[in-house]
Design a protein around this ligand. Structure first.
Ligand code: FAD
Length: 464
């Protein structure tokens, strides 16, 4: 049960091992910043937790003093779910320890760790957890919603590899959730987001990966796009399980490997990672190159940790962002037509859409084994992100994102999509993502563990 710390913030400072910040502290402004600069909120209290006991104390304090709670790991939430005006932030950013047991092939990851923390610790043993594609994303939010990235085809989602978790629930208890302890809670946190409590430790199964892999990026201009994407479609359909490809609609970056005349030119990139036989990767790259010669390419072996940080800078903190996601079954001619038209309609060269391939291990997983909101048929998850340097510029990018999302709907698998790609709480989309049966089960579990909906700053499941 929650401890009964209440009263002024001094009482919380005394009760917690970690630091507690309020607006009078010099570090407050830095501590309240989140990844998306479009979000500018002023919490009353930021509780920098250093243990599960701290988390329990902070949750109890917030409830005793009537403060709304936000939980923060990597602070990547587009909508700013991990911060709150006038409320209390349970800030896990000081809890980033990762412990690897290479014999048992398990990693214990503290609830505030970033993907890069996990990659560094596991790769020291040639092992990895399937996570997302950007190093400064939080393991917490990413995992609780599902978690997809370069390893999804060969090893499934992050939640498919979660073995157990330590969870601080709304009444302050610190529980272990796994297949044979609090099994319903364990089911719910694998896809149901932060609705059920604060996860202070994740235990993951590890896979042998790298440390080196083959990487290739091929970039085609808009005038080549229809032809190139049809070849990409064929290649992705036949891709061995040891490879993965991400398709991006973007502007050519001003990188050293891009000839200057192509800098900022709109087009399409296919990024191909090969974790198996290098010759296999070379064959796929050659096939693409010969079918439709790209404007430029970058093909090279690279360490897995470098792949995991390759687009960190392109997704840096401090920009204004807006996102919508959708799922499509295939790169049909109709889809290709929409993508080709809309890639040229962006005002900002930073705006981008990414298509993640979800098949093989993703599709092999039992859809009912976890609460994941989405079907397990082979498909693409499409993330469309409008990015700008100012709030004024973001208006046009937001319109671009919405226009592309609308145009994709006739081709999509429905209005429901990956909950981690939802910017806003749109009830019909949340219900469609989970489906009625899963949603009702989640709502019953929510009633058991968080009947007052204390953890509601997320894609919210209302208690049944
Ligand atoms: P936060 O803002 O800290 O938290 C997000 C939500 O999760 C909040 O509701 C928060 O309360 C809750 N939460 C976080 N940690 C905990 C915890 N320990 N216990 C309980 N609740 C918690 N997704 C992918 O699957 N693959 C990708 O490759 C990928 N790339 C991305 C790249 C960028 C640049 C961005 C912005 C997002 C990306 N995402 C990706 C989506 C990402 O998974 C979600 O934004 C996710 O919520 C981020 O988690 P976080 O911990 O960084 O965010």
């Amino acid at each position: 049960m929650t401890s009964t710390v209440s009263g002024g913030v001094e009482a919380l400072r005394t009760a917690m091992g970690g630091a507690v910040l309020d607006p009078s502290d010099p570090g407050y402004d830095a501590a309240r910043a989140v990844w998306n600069a479009a979000i500018d909120r002023r919490p009353a209290v930021i509780a920098r937790c250093s243990s599960a006991a701290d988390v329990s104390t902070a949750i109890g304090y917030a409830q005793a003093t009537g403060l709304e709670i936000a939980v923060r790991c990597g602070a990547h939430s587009m909508s700013g779910a991990s911060t709150v005006d006038g409320g209390l932030v349970v800030d896990l950013s000081g809890m980033r320890d990762v412990t690897v047991d290479p014999q048992a092939r398990r990693a214990r990851v503290a609830g505030g760790a970033l993907l890069a923390d996990v990659d560094a610790a596991t790769q020291a043993h040639g092992l990895a957890v399937p996570l997302g594609a950007i190093g400064h994303t939080g393991v917490g939010g990413l995992t609780l919603g599902g978690g997809m990235g370069w390893l999804t085809r060969q090893a499934g989602l992050s939640i498919d590899n979660l073995v157990s978790a330590e969870v601080v629930v709304a009444d302050g208890r610190i529980l272990r959730a796994c297949a044979d302890e609090n099994a319903e809670l364990f089911w719910a946190i694998r896809g149901g987001g932060g609705n059920f409590g604060v996860v202070t430790e994740f235990e993951f199964r590890l896979h042998e990966v790298g440390p080196m892999l083959e990487f290739g990026l091929l970039f085609w201009g808009v005038d080549q796009a229809a032809e190139a994407l049809r070849v990409v479609r064929e290649v992705l359909a036949e891709l061995p399980r040891s490879m993965n490809g991400i398709v991006a609609g973007m502007s050519a970056p001003p990188e050293p490997f891009v000839p200057e005349q192509f800098h900022f030119r709109p087009g399409f990139a296919l990024m191909l990672a090969g974790f198996g036989d290098p010759a296999e990767h070379a064959r796929v790259v050659a096939r693409l190159r010969e079918a439709v010669p790209p404007l430029f390419e970058h093909v090279s072996p690279m360490p897995y940790v470098a792949l995991q940080q390759m687009i960190d800078e392109a997704n840096a903190w401090g920009r204004h962002n807006y996102e919508k996601s959708t799922n499509i079954e295939a790169l049909t001619d109709g889809v290709i037509e929409v993508l080709t038209e809309h890639v040229s309609l962006r005002s900002s060269p930073l705006s981008i859409f990414l298509l993640y391939r979800l098949d093989e291990a993703y599709a092999d997983a039992d859809a009912d084994a976890t609460a994941f909101g989405g079907s397990r048929i082979p498909q693409f998850a499409m993330f469309t992100v409008g990015v700008s340097f100012s709030a004024e510029q973001l208006v046009a990018e937001r319109n671009w994102v919405r226009g592309l999302w609308d145009a994709m709907q006739p081709h999509s698998l429905g209005v429901g999509s990956y909950v981690n790609g939802m910017t806003e709480q749109e009830e019909h989309r949340v219900l469609a993502a989970y489906g009625r049966t899963k949603y009702d089960r989640l709502a019953r579990i929510k009633r058991e563990y968080d009947p007052a909906n204390v953890f509601h700053r997320n894609i919210n499941i209302r208690p049944a």
